[in-house]
Design a protein. Sequence first.
Length: 204
Amino acid sequence: MDNSKSLKFINELADYFNALPGVGKKTAQRYALQLIKQDEDFLEGFGKTLSELKNKISECEICHNLTDEPICSICSSSSRSNEFICVVEDIRDVLAIENTHQFNGKYHVLGGVISPMDGIGPSDLNIESLVNRIKETPEIKEVLLALRITMEGDTTNFFLYKKLKDLPVKITTIARGISFGEQIEYTDEITLAKSILNRVPYEI
């Protein structure tokens, strides 16, 4: 393979990495070059995992978390409380909260936040399934709204409050130790843990 074809192939590979959130062009190029240095077994395993990704991973039938089973390990765990549901935007927030070791309830993944500018409305999110889940599960006593501290997050919190306020659950939100504009996944574990422990009743 001549040099021009090699560079074209490397650039094509880098473009795939560059398409991922948070991966800049230079980082993408480093990833591509690093893959070239890997042995054949690593590359074969890497490619196999990527090719099977869509078939092996799906949404949990209960909470919409990503899982390789119909019901995720958190929802199926008998050691976790059924009384407490934490509402988050996506799986990255689940991972961030799990890393604090301060939450032993279960989750509900909305799949985003309400954002008219991006064309995302309430019907695009897993809101109705949350309402139905609470109605069908009398054990649920508290719903913690743990969404990003932004205008979109606050809008979604308000919409959820209106949908849930007449149901027999306590509605709380993470304490504002997290600064405005900050996303849950990027908050340090200590601050996030304190925000969960010091949660407050949701107020309009």
